[in-house]
Design a protein around this ligand. Structure first.
Ligand code: GDP
Ligand code: MG
Length: 448
């Protein structure tokens, strides 16, 4: 999506005069890209009008001040698309968002279709609050599916969370009432109720949800939405909103190939914010939701903010590289430092997904292969001289025999050395785009 939007925006700058026809063509291309990412048709229409209006009014001003400058227009369009998408994904509900407090029994109920990720997310949320000092209990109100209680029990045991459920009681309303009462009596701070998500009929499912709600009186209801369901997100979230009036959304499977546009539609259709996102099957693959991060990822800008946060929690030597990127430079040594940092950072696919242009690399090659490949790249760079490392790769272009020397020294092939040089070249091109005055980094900072 990001690539197509960028291509559309770039087509503007290749023209000497930016007129309404060129703008319309570009807007059309952007809208097609958004539609293909599962953003709802009506929303795309609204977005198009509001982008057009904003760009037009800014253009008027611009023209009066400095004549139409294609680069300025390009930046303006990019920023407008970004802002409008952020606006869409940031719900503005009238009531204040619920936060469980210590010292009273808060009840959170999960709803959502079978397979959306309720049981998994229940445990993730329990762990999230347990780490923040709350006493949390889990209640399994899914009596519909055989094995549901076992699944919750297994998750809870692994995470050391107290749980409640029954193998024999068929009535989910009774089980949830009993479970909540038990934990309340024991003065738990937070009680999380997992529900079923399947029934012979949708009506029965919603009726059961309402009954459980009446029995446990939740302070907060969370709807779990699978990010990969695309356009269906709007209808589904609307139906659940009517039946359960949930207060926030948990968006799961954001680690997969989900285009994420459906989530925007769900938020817009229900005016309900996304509270958390699930980014994997493990209990710790759970994050609070950030609209800017989400839109950056949707547009393929790369989750620079998230990456920086993750990096700052590790003790990595990053100062030089960050300084370099800010200056628009990226040397071979920067590449080596980054590669060895990535090795320290753990799950490669996750880190790679945060770096623009790297997510495909992570998809193409498996976790194990990527680690092996990273190691090889580091060996290669370890065989370079200090001078070569601090260069932009030009010594190798000037004197190709250096490539052979490095390949020999590192026990690799010429092709592998060339791949490293190519990688550095790509990163350098990106640094050039991001760094310096007017680069993406300074623009991103302005947006925040
Ligand atoms: P439920 O039927 O709504 O309770 O859904 P489950 O919690 O049983 O999850 C269904 C499947 O989705 C399981 O295989 C989970 O491991 C998987 N799952 C849940 N959340 C995520 C996520 O954020 N990422 C990925 N990759 N898988 C998830
Ligand atoms: Mg379940």
């Amino acid at each position: 999506l990001g690539r197509r939007i960028n291509a559309a925006v770039n087509s503007l700058t290749s023209q000497s005069v930016v007129d309404q026809t060129a703008l319309d063509a570009m807007l059309k291309e952007i809208c097609t890209a958004l539609l293909e990412s599962d953003v709802n048709v009506r929303l795309v229409g609204q977005l198009r009008n509001s982008i057009r209006a904003k760009v037009a009014s800014a253009l008027n001003k611009e023209e009066k001040e400095s004549g139409s400058n294609a680069n300025a227009i390009k930046r303006l369009v990019q920023k407008t698309v970004f802002d409008e998408l952020c606006e869409l994904v940031e719900a503005h509900p009238t009531d204040e968002q619920f936060k469980p407090k210590k010292g009273r029994s808060n009840v959170i109920m999960f709803v959502g279709l079978q397979g959306a990720g309720k049981t998994t997310s229940c445990t993730k949320l329990a762990v999230y609050y347990q780490r923040r000092g709350l006493r949390v209990g889990l209640v399994c109100a899914d009596t519909f599916r055989a094995g549901a209680f076992d699944q919750l029990k297994q998750n809870a045991t692994k995470a050391k969370i107290p749980y409640y459920g029954s193998y024999t009681e068929p009535d989910p309303v009774k089980v949830s009432r009993d479970g909540v009462e038990k934990f309340k009596k024991e003065k738990f701070d937070l009680i999380i109720v997992d529900t079923s998500g399947r029934h012979r009929q949708e009506q029965e499912l919603f009726a059961e949800m309402v009954q459980i709600g009446e029995a446990v009186k939740p302070d907060q209801t969370l709807m779990v939405l699978d990010a990969s369901i695309g356009q269906a997100a709007e209808q589904q979230s609307k139906a659940f909103k009517e039946a359960s009036n949930f207060g926030a959304i948990v968006l799961t499977k954001m680690d997969g190939h989900a285009k994420g546009g459906g989530a925007i539609s769900a938020v817009a259709a229900t005016n309900t914010p996304i509270a958390f996102i699930g980014t994997g099957e493990h209990v710790h693959d759970f994050e609070t939701f950030s609209p800017k991060q989400f839109v950056s990822k949707l547009l393929g800008i790369g989750d620079i903010q998230g990456l920086m946060e993750h990096v700052s929690t590790l003790k990595l030597d990053q100062k030089d590289t960050i300084k370099h990127i800010q200056q628009g430079i990226f040397t071979l040594r920067d590449l080596r430092d980054q590669m060895s940092n990535i090795m320290k950072m753990g799950p490669l696919s996750k880190v790679a997904s945060m770096i623009p242009g790297m997510s495909q690399l992570a998809d193409q090659i498996g976790e194990e292969d990527s680690t092996k490949r990273l190691k090889t790249m580091i060996y290669i760079m370890d065989s370079m001289t200090e001078k070569e490392l601090d260069s932009d790769g030009s010594p190798f272009a000037d004197q190709p025999s250096r490539i052979v020397r490095v390949a020999r020294g590192s026990g690799t092939s010429v092709r592998e050395v060339e791949e490293v040089l190519y990688q550095q070249k790509m990163m350098a091109a990106m640094a050039k785009k991001m760094g310096g005055k007017g680069g993406m980094m300074s623009r991103m900072q302005q947006m925040q």
